[in-house]
Design a protein around this ligand. Structure first.
Ligand SMILES: Nc1nc2c(ncn2[C@@H]2O[C@H](COP(=O)(O)OP(=O)(O)OP(=O)(O)O)[C@@H](O)[C@H]2O)c(=O)[nH]1
Ligand SMILES: [Mg+2]
Length: 414
């Protein structure tokens, strides 16, 4: 997606769907393909519809293409296809899509799915060379570790060999293989990586996270899409799966209490009493933060959009992201929000991970209604510099909100 002074230009991989009256929201399209019962609908439902993995067993076979929309940093349109979909029966050229995800059951007889995958890859090579090609070797949890690696390697090798047999020109095609399962966090990790390739503003989000980490002494921070628990961006330090899993679990726990927080913050009685400080996280030992301590944090981040007169301190404020012209445009959504004297609540929470000194605390800060910041902090920093952390979060939030409003504005076509 590119933006010109005259308005947004739609690339091939994006199509519009109606947003508000007269406006069309340009969505990035993802194609979900694979043989029958490979797990396509389960993937879509677990990630974007909060379906518990165990209930996927009862999903009906998909008989025709179902288009699901999902709004995060970028608006997505995911096409869940029946198992017998071919390039011809798809009903749309591959040039319309940004990503093709092909799902292969790790225990399948490999010839049939590989033939189908190769057929789509060859079509993509001619119709849309920029298409991101992702292969999910799925239901991986069914095999023991050694078999899992061996099958994964074999599938990888066979696809490459088959493509080479067809023509040496296909050797250059960048194919990405992922081991996935709906029963663990591998699916979230793999889909997050798929999503990263689609977010044009990813470098700016990463910059904001890097600055936040440096100024807050955080060893790792993620910007998560709260509902799907996909991470939209992270700082430059490497992602280790233990930390990623921990953040996913923490987010699932906090999501399940979401409605409770809303009712607490909305209660008029809540506004009459001054808020109490959050209990020191060390007191919570390894147990996740309780609803009580979380709700007490809600007030600490109550932020009036109309009284936005903070003076940035050179010590702790991250620089504005290097986003092009629309950032400063006075008619962005953020600009309008600032004019409205409407109070907004940004919930926050903290969980002590290691009670031993110095200890680590996992913090949660709501950034937009869709996005949350999860950051690991040394407990002494969290306890001793709470003001500075909150201050850094405010600037991080402003940066992310501006990036989101630019993304949204660029995708609105009248
Ligand atoms: N063990 C295991 N089972 C899975 C996984 N993902 C999906 N399944 C199961 O696989 C079966 C088929 O899942 P679906 O999501 O309906 O598969 P599909 O690809 O949409 O199938 P069609 O719509 O017929 O093309 C269900 O019984 C799911 O519970 C997984 O990661 N591990
Ligand atoms: Mg299906």
């Amino acid at each position: 997606m590119t933006s010109t002074p005259n308005g947004p230009v739609r690339t091939n991989s994006q199509t519009g769907s109606m947003a508000n009256a007269g406006e069309v929201l340009v969505r990035t399209k993802i194609l979900l393909l694979g043989l029958r019962r490979s797990g396509k609908t389960s993937i879509q439902q677990v990630l974007f519809n909060n379906l518990p993995p165990k209930e996927c067993f009862y999903l009906d076979a998909t008989m025709r293409i179902v288009k699901h929309t999902y709004d995060t940093v970028i608006p997505l349109e995911i096409w869940d296809c029946p198992g017998n979909t071919t390039v011809e029966s798809l009903g749309a050229p591959l040039s319309q899509f940004a990503t093709l995800i092909f799902v292969i059951d790790i225990r399948d007889l490999y010839n049939q799915p590989i033939s189908k995958l190769v057929e789509f890859i060859m079509a993509a090579y001619h119709q849309n060379p920029n298409l991101n090609l992702e292969v999910f070797v799925h239901k991986a949890e069914r095999l023991h570790e050694d078999d899992k690696i061996e099958n994964f390697r074999q599938i990888n090798e066979r696809v490459t060999d088959r493509l080479l047999d067809e023509s040496p020109e296909y050797e250059q095609l960048p194919l990405n293989f992922h081991l996935t399962s709906i029963h663990d966090h591998s699916l979230h990790d793999a889909f997050s990586q798929v999503l990263h390739k689609l977010i044009d503003s990813l470098p700016y989000l990463e910059d904001l996270l890097n600055v936040f980490c440096t100024n807050s002494q955080s060893p790792k921070a993620f910007l998560f899409d709260a509902r799907s628990r996909l991470y939209v961006a992270t700082d430059a330090s490497p992602v280790d799966s233990a930390t990623h899993n921990l953040c996913c679990d923490n987010l699932a726990m906090l999501n399940s209490f979401g409605a409770l927080y809303k009712s607490v913050s909305a209660s008029p009685a809540r506004h009459r009493f001054p808020s109490t400080a959050t209990p020191p996280p060390s007191a919570a030992s390894t147990t996740p933060v309780t609803p009580l301590s979380m709700s007490s944090n809600l007030d600490s981040e109550k932020q009036s959009e109309s009284t936005d007169s903070r003076t940035p301190s050179p010590l702790s404020s991250p620089p504005a992201p290097p986003v092009s012209k629309p950032l400063s445009a006075p008619d962005t959504n953020l600009g309008q929000a600032r004019k409205t004297p409407k109070e907004k609540f940004y919930s926050s929470a903290a969980t002590s991970l290691h009670p031993a000194t110095p200890g680590t605390t996992l913090t949660y800060h709501m950034i937009t209604p869709e996005l949350v910041l999860l950051a690991l902090l040394p407990t002494p920093v969290f306890e001793g510099k709470r003001g500075l952390i909150d201050y850094n979060v405010v600037f991080f939030r402003e940066g992310v909100q501006e990036i989101c409003s630019v993304e949204k504005e660029a995708r609105m076509a009248v």
